[in-house]
Ligand binder design. Structure first.
Ligand code: SF4
Ligand code: SF4
Length: 302
């Protein structure tokens, strides 16, 4: 099923010190509402069935996002809004936003939460937003961004103590988090397959990956093109037929790194997006992998 992360604007009302959206693209770039509506219709015609409104903080533009969510509903698309909950200072304010978005047909709210977000936004806002979702029948979950250090225990307990639905998400060491200290990882040798949800930026650049992909500036490996020059269908086709992307989805990044000569001991030391950057943001290595995409890598499956 085709889905996309839709960056309506890069503007945010806070500056989290771990923000992956920062630095790669200029701040305060925004689509025109009329243009966003045209793109959503084009996405629907290209059989895109799910849209996640993301980038900066979408709900700075509540009126516009509510209208776009309504348009998606009219075209039978699943919608999610990713938000920092700045608007949920009280239960009453939270209800005002949630009831409005639900009426427009919003399918799900994703609440961002971490020790970095919560330097700017009170934890109570997250609770207000989540409880308002529960009371008004809107699906939600909390994305608990963590570097798995003990510092995050109290933040996790807060979610458990209030019975909230949350999923830990590893912090991505890109954007402002580029210089963060990396803690040693103790886990299995994982395949690191990646579903690669495409991302549309407000300047209409489209990327094959919605997370750290736009930061691979040495090679622009994930850049698919710009909607001013290509159609949605063309860019999705590119994303779906690129052989290396297919290997990332099916074989996984660990096997590709092993094929490229990385030691197993080295591979387990990287987080998924870091290993991905090592492989695909190094021009020489990328060229070699590109040459092997249809030959050696094809026989590297178990
Ligand atoms: S992490 Fe989210 S809330 Fe924080 S600055 Fe970035 S876009 Fe804004
Ligand atoms: S592993 Fe690579 S493709 Fe997957 S989210 Fe990270 S940067 Fe994107």
């Amino acid at each position: 099923m085709r889905t996309i992360a839709f960056g309506y604007s890069t503007q945010c009302n806070v500056k989290c010190e771990h923000c992956v959206a920062a630095d790669a693209i200029p701040e305060n770039v925004k689509m025109e509402l009329a243009q966003a509506k045209e793109i959503i219709v084009e996405l629907a015609n290209a059989q895109v069935r799910g849209i996640s409104f993301t980038a900066g903080e979408p709900l700075i533009y509540l009126d516009d996002i509510a209208e776009l969510v309504g348009l998606c509903r009219d075209h039978g698309m699943y919608t999610r809004v990713v938000t920092n909950s700045f608007w949920a200072k009280t239960a009453k304010l939270a209800d005002a936003y949630i009831i409005r978005l639900k009426k427009k047909g919003l399918s799900q709210l994703r609440l961002s939460y971490s020790r970095w977000h919560q330097k700017n936004i009170a934890r109570q806002n997250i609770l207000n937003a989540a409880q308002s979702c529960q009371q008004n029948g809107l699906d939600y979950f909390i994305s608990f961004v963590t570097d798995f250090s003990e510092q995050d225990d109290a933040f996790e307990h807060y979610l458990r103590d209030h019975g909230l639905k949350f999923f830990p998400e590893p912090v991505i060491f890109a954007g402002r988090a580029q210089s963060f200290e990396r803690l040693p990882i103790r886990t299995d040798y994982q395949a690191n397959c990646c579903p690669m949800n495409p991302y549309l930026a407000p300047n209409l650049d489209m990327y094959a990956c919605c997370d750290a992909g736009s930061h691979f500036t040495n090679t622009n490996f994930f850049h698919l093109g710009n909607l001013k020059e290509h159609t949605v269908e063309q860019l999705f086709n590119k994303s779906e037929t690129n052989r290396l992307y297919t290997h990332i989805r099916n074989m996984g990044i660990s096997a590709m790194a092993s094929f490229a000569g990385f030691k197993a001991r080295e591979i387990v030391q990287y987080r998924k997006c870091e290993l991905c950057e090592k492989l695909f943001n190094t021009p020489d290595l990328l060229e070699t992998l590109g040459q092997e995409a249809d030959s050696g890598l094809n026989s590297w499956y178990r």
